[in-house]
Ligand binder design. Structure first.
Ligand SMILES: Cc1ncc(COP(=O)(O)O)c(C=O)c1O
Length: 364
């Protein structure tokens, strides 16, 4: 057989039909985008360009340039995150892949709260692991009984993502404490994907698992907070025992990470994006106020997504109806074992949001 056994469970998205339909749309009202609608702030672009001009264009140390690792260390220490090693990665995506490679044996079970960022499921499958989904509907909270029900002798780690894609939920500290208590009892690792940690709307900051538990791998990145999605830059911090293996793996996979982007990222960690976040809070209010009468919906506390339940409970059919009305967003089934909700991104202009809200209320 030409294609490896490893890929036998890796399939194109089940909703490809919907994405095919969306591709044919001309000038759609697009509320499907998973990246900020602002560009990289000018001073950070300038910093990247300057380092390219200075000739900082060669391979860099596998683990990341020392000044960025120092900066990330300070940033995480200020947040009170436990870790003893840090590395720079090719986005959070690259970090997650290295962690999966380092930790998952075939047959190991990985607990993922549902709804979830779809990459977790597929990286686990790629390693021959078994994703085990822990339901968080209807209010997207982490429940102890549900976690305990899903843990088995084969459980290897738990993945937590807060603020959450696709729900916009920010897990309260008491939810995280419950998860930590159980993880500690069973000596489980937790992977904490904190990529949206500066998109928090109703509190100065959010609680992170890494503040509460030493056996946490904390993932952070520059894609969302500083709009550097195309520069592919992230980091992982955590226990030395795991990080050292991930650094070795990086040597043989990614080799090293984008040179100029690392230099710009040193500056990014001091660059205040508070105004952008305030702008997104306003957009959150626009979309939530615009949908709450017609839809059963939780108010997002972070990230830039809202995840309403669809009257009648068929998210995919609803997206097809929206496409017929020139509006596009993503069915919840892409992020969940349920098809009852849809993910709407509010990383869009106000004009696009208002147009989208009008259509949603008309067809809902
Ligand atoms: C929850 C979550 N984690 C990770 C990523 C990927 O991040 P990166 O661009 O750093 O690879 C995304 C991107 O959408 C995301 O939503």
């Amino acid at each position: 057989m030409l294609i490896s056994e490893r890929l036998k469970n890796i399939k194109p998205s089940g909703v490809r039909r919907i994405f095919d339909l969306a591709r044919k749309m001309k000038d759609p009202i697009n509320l499907s985008i998973g990246e900020p609608d602002f560009d990289i702030p000018e001073p950070l672009k300038e910093e990247g360009i300057e380092w390219i001009r200075k000739g900082f264009n060669k391979y860099t140390p596998t683990q990341g340039i020392p000044e960025l690792r120092e900066k990330i260390t300070l940033h995480l220490k200020k947040k009170g995150i436990h870790f003893d090693e840090v590395m720079v990665t090719a986005g959070v995506t690259g970090g997650l892949l290295l962690a999966s490679l380092a930790l998952i044996n075939p047959g190991d079970e990985i607990i993922i709260p549902d709804p979830y960022f779809v990459m977790y499921e597929y990286q686990v499958l790629l390693m021959g692991g078994v994703p085990v989904f822990m339901d968080t509907y209807p209010d997207f909270r982490l429940r102890e009984e549900e976690l305990v029900r899903k843990i088995s002798k084969r459980t290897k780690f738990i993945v937590i993502n807060s603020p959450n894609n696709p729900t916009g939920a920010v897990y309260p500290k008491e939810d995280l404490e419950r998860i930590v208590r159980i993880a500690r009892e069973r000596d489980l690792v937790i992977l904490s994907d904190d990529i949206y940690d500066n998109f928090v709307f109703d509190a100065p900051s959010c609680s992170c698992i890494g503040q509460l538990y030493e056996k946490t791998l904390t993932f952070g990145g520059f894609s969302k907070g500083w709009a550097m999605t195309g520069w592919r830059l992230g980091y992982v911090a955590g226990p030395k025992e795991i990080l050292q293996q991930m650094i070795t793996l990086q040597q043989y996979t990614f080799s090293s990470i984008n040179s100029f982007a690392q230099k710009a990222a040193v500056k990014a960690l001091d660059f205040d994006v508070g105004d952008y976040i305030q702008g997104y809070k306003r957009k959150r209010d626009i979309i939530y106020e615009g949908l709450k009468e017609k839809f059963n919906v939780q108010k997002p506390q972070g990230a830039f997504y809202i995840f309403p339940e669809i009257p009648g409970g068929d998210g995919e059919a609803f997206v097809e109806r929206a496409i017929q009305n020139n509006l596009f967003f993503v069915p919840g089934s892409v992020f969940s074992k349920r098809n009852t909700h849809v993910r709407i991104s509010f990383a869009a202009s106000d004009e696009t949001l208002f147009k989208g809200i009008e259509v949603l209320n008309r067809i809902g």
